[in-house]
Design a protein around this ligand. Structure first.
Ligand SMILES: Cc1ncc(COP(=O)(O)O)c(C=O)c1O
Length: 401
């Protein structure tokens, strides 16, 4: 080396192979080196036989993709910068002008907003279907329907749909169905094998997951995944993923890899706390309705029971309450402001419990018959002790006036 600067970069030392430790190595790259031109020309970037460019993955992101595909029972996985990016990538990949998509009436709001915004501008129409009535979904499928979104349960009003029947309807009509599986997290049920006991093994075509929630578990990472079992569908999504330039940062991938081993334990704890608090809220005179799919009588409870109810059953740490109509929205705001342990903030799945008031009237029109009238607050239980969270709710209820 004639120059020390070059020597700093082209240094001959190679660490010995054979290092093994609990956490995998973190490989970061935009540029990936090729040993020669022939290797560059022959490298296949659409599968995991090699590396081409950081946007298409490094050993670190390949590993997370494989673990997530295994978790959800799929075969391929794409990582994207957020859960919403996963929703948008599916829509942009599968829909073109003249097509229609169907979205459940209780879907994650930004999914509907995408349909009302860019998709509408591009000549793609949508209809909302009744998440609790599979026949309503069946009636709305037409030759123009190219994508059906499924969500179990709806992320604010928590109705659990008859997912098996919804998937059966989509398959019979030959329409691709994509599930927002953030709530189930690959733990509460298997999206690609919804009815293994029937021998049908029927499952969704695509499962998207906001890794931002339980897989990250820290409230500090944004990421999403798109999981499939069909290699052709995966390649179609991957081409869109490539053309949109959707990369993820390897430090974030590392954070998710580090959190994944504890996810099932955390999920059970979030679940236990949410169920205890939801049951307690049912006994409170200020609250007209508690929405949690594991509570008998909650909308869609029987479908939750059928899919996730084995043993104690599994559910995420989310529930909503509708305050009695005698309380104004301002009084419910005062309740939220009085909370101390529950913080006000979007998202869920992290260590800190969260509360969020929603104006249901602007989200669902007309007001669904199965929901009490009143202001809704959604809670995401963190990892604090349930008794402390219950005391926090009790002291804040006093602020209702
Ligand atoms: C059900 C559901 N899907 C998707 C998302 C989007 O995830 P992200 O915040 O990573 O975009 C969220 C976020 O709150 C969600 O609740």
């Amino acid at each position: 080396m004639s120059d020390k600067t070059t020597g700093l970069i082209h240094h001959p030392y190679v660490p010995p192979a054979g290092f093994e430790a609990p956490q995998p190595g973190v490989f970061k790259a935009s540029t990936v080196f090729f040993p020669n031109v022939a290797a560059l020309r022959s490298r296949e970037w659409k599968d995991k036989t090699g590396y081409t460019y950081g946007l298409h993955g490094t050993p670190t992101s390949y590993l997370l993709e494989e673990r997530l595909a295994t978790l959800e029972g799929g075969a391929q996985c794409l990582l994207v910068p957020s859960g919403l990016a996963a929703i948008a990538t599916v829509a942009l990949s599968l829909l073109k002008s003249g097509d229609e998509l169907l979205i459940p009436d209780n879907a994650y709001g930004p999914n509907k907003a995408l349909a009302l915004g860019e998709l509408k501008d591009w000549g793609i129409t949508h209809q909302l279907y009744d998440a609790l009535d599979p026949q309503d979904l069946a009636r709305r499928i037409s030759p123009r329907t190219r994508l059906v979104w499924l969500e179990a349960p709806g992320s604010v009003t928590m109705e659990f749909p008859d997912l098996i029947e919804q998937v059966r309807i989509c398959k019979a009509a030959g329409v691709t169905c994509a599930l927002d599986n953030t709530w189930g997290a690959g733990l509460a049920f298997s999206p690609f094998d919804l009815a293994p006991q029937d021998g049908a093994g029927q499952g969704v075509d695509i499962s998207i997951h906001a890794l931002t929630k339980y897989p990250s578990g820290g409230g500090d990472v944004l990421m999403g995944s798109i999981i499939t079992r069909d290699p052709q569908l995966h390649i179609r999504l991957k081409l869109t993923h490539m053309r949109l330039g959707l990369g993820v940062g390897m430090n974030d991938v590392e954070a998710v890899l580090r959190s994944l081993p504890s996810m099932a334990l955390r999920y059970r704890e979030h679940d236990r706390t949410a169920r205890a608090l939801a049951q307690w809220c049912q006994g409170r005179p200020e609250i007209a309705q508690v929405l949690h799919p594991a509570l008998p009588g909650a909308p869609g409870h029987a479908h939750w029971q059928a899919l996730c109810g084995a043993g104690e059953g599994m559910a995420a740490g989310l529930f909503s309450v509708i305050f009695d109509a005698r309380y104004s929205a301002a009084q419910v705001d005062a309740f939220c402001d009085a909370l101390r342990l529950f913080k006000l903030g979007y998202s869920w799945g992290g260590p800190v419990s969260l509360a969020m008031p929603y104006a249901l009237g602007s989200m669902r029109q007309p007001w669904p018959a199965h929901l009490a009238r009143g202001t809704l607050v959604r809670f995401s239980t963190g990892l604090e002790a349930a008794a402390d969270l219950q005391a926090d709710l009790a002291q804040a209820l006093a602020a209702l006036g």
